[in-house]
Design a protein around this ligand. Structure first.
Ligand SMILES: CC(C)(COP(=O)(O)OP(=O)(O)OC[C@H]1O[C@@H](n2cnc3c(N)ncnc32)[C@H](O)[C@@H]1OP(=O)(O)O)[C@@H](O)C(=O)NCCC(=O)NCCS
Length: 203
């Protein structure tokens, strides 16, 4: 797949091919590629153990976006709370593929998986200076519901955002294996706090 959106013809080509991309759960053989993608996309880095933990807790909540030729273009890794809420832990699209609807596609898939489990809402934390991501979420029905002081490892605050889901269909328990509370360091002692959500190349 072409690796630039700077040329209008390429953007149009990519837009017309968005329908051919595949969203699929993270498989073990994709872990090394995912690690490279995380380093390219997010400022906070996670240990492979954290990703393994997320995958074992909720296999179908870890999503990769694949091009027809098998290239990984984006990812969304989630967690599930026993309160019936999912959480976006790591979410990114390769810089050269942004702005053509791929992030929306991934998010929509994740919201559907949350609703399939009977989830009533989705939450996430984001850096206050990640304006691009904040606007992206707000245009998709998320609201800022709080500020978490010194949320990130470098002491930066985190904005807490939440989207209430409508049309939930009741719990189906498809592939969920437990609660997860994960920090960037992999520490699981503080449930529902501490992940990246900051663009490496953001404003
Ligand atoms: C947030 C992110 C996942 C969105 O992915 P995406 O594939 O660009 O998403 P989409 O194309 O569906 O939508 C992007 C929006 O920005 C606009 N946009 C235009 N050009 C763009 C560009 N070059 N880059 C990003 N967004 C662009 C799109 O038109 C769209 O506008 P809309 O909200 O009015 O529809 C992506 O920007 C990203 O990976 N950011 C870095 C990591 C990050 O911040 N993650 C979230 C942390 S919580």
């Amino acid at each position: 797949m072409e690796a630039t959106t700077s040329r209008p013809g390429i953007v149009l080509w990519m837009k017309s091919h968005v329908r051919y991309v595949i969203v699929r759960p993270l498989s073990l053989d994709r872990l090394p590629e995912l690690s490279r993608l995380l380093a390219e996309t997010l400022s906070e880095q996670y240990s492979p153990q954290v990703i393994h933990f997320l995958r074992s807790a909720w296999p179908s909540g870890q999503l990769l976006l694949m091009a027809p030729d098998g290239e990984t273009m984006g990812f969304l890794l989630g967690a599930w709370s026993e309160k019936g809420e999912s959480r976006i832990m790591m979410f990114g699209v390769r810089p050269q593929y942004r702005g053509v609807g791929l992030g929306s596609l991934l998010l929509q898939d994740f919201l559907q998986r949350t609703m399939a489990l009977g989830g009533k809402s989705v939450r996430l934390e984001v850096r206050p200076d990640n304006h691009e991501a904040i606007s992206f979420y707000m245009r998709r029905g998320f609201h800022i519901v709080g500020l978490i002081p010194e949320y990130y490892r470098d002491g930066g605050d985190g904005l807490l955002m939440r989207k209430v889901l409508s049309g939930t269909s009741g719990p189906r328990c498809a592939g969920y294996a437990g609660n997860t509370g994960i920090s960037p360091s992999g520490n699981q002692t503080r449930p529902m706090t501490g992940h990246a959500c900051r663009s490496r190349s953001g404003p």
